[in-house]
Design a protein around this ligand. Sequence first.
Ligand SMILES: [Zn+2]
Length: 253
Amino acid sequence: MTRHHFNIIGFIINCTWIALFIKNPAMMWILLGLAGLLFLTFLTIGVVTPSNNYFLKQTTKLTTDKVLLTFDDGPDETLTPEILSILKKYDIGALFFVIGKKAEKNPQIIQQLIEEKHKIGNHTYNHPNLFALYRQDKVEKEIGLCDNVLIEQTIHPGNYFRPPIGYTNPRIARALKKFNKKSIGWSLRSYDTLLKEEDKLLYRLTSRIKPGDIVLLHDNLSLTATVLESFITISQKNGINFVTTKELNTILP
Ligand SMILES: [Zn+2]
């Protein structure tokens, strides 16, 4: 946490202390309410914005001016191959955060990812939505099981991890240390899980993309697969360079 984080926490604690010693009950509740609201806002922003590095240090930007595409929640039997053919056409190398149980069902796509020189990251075995509330042993089990699926397919599970929903906590930080993995966040969230229209998704991506971005997309969504090629070509016309399969090894060793 930065000094900025400690200042906010200090302010919240002070508000709470003043509130407890104040004689006017209405004022006391206002101050306590304010402290509570600030705490919740701070926690929510900290947790959902990976660049805040709230609980653990995550990579959220590249040190080059290239753009890295990341795809979560696959592999999907039909959509991942569609996405792969578009990436191949433009020689773009991407990082795929796979869900262990889907990787187990689609070993041929995992092989294709490797053959086509993309990188694979661990996105847990079950993708539990309440992962951030899991005990230490369950956190480690989720990460270990996903690694094991890849190892059984004779694939090195790699050093990269992305927590489901992007939430982090000290237990996840400890588990990553144990597995020697690095957490990769993002600087551009596509919101492809929420947006329903192609135009809106394409506009969001092409209007916000900047050199050095790590883009969060999902390879299990047909909207993403539909928009991907236009996103790539428009961005390239606007001077954006995506990481190539060759550059992927230097960027993600
Ligand atoms: Zn996910």
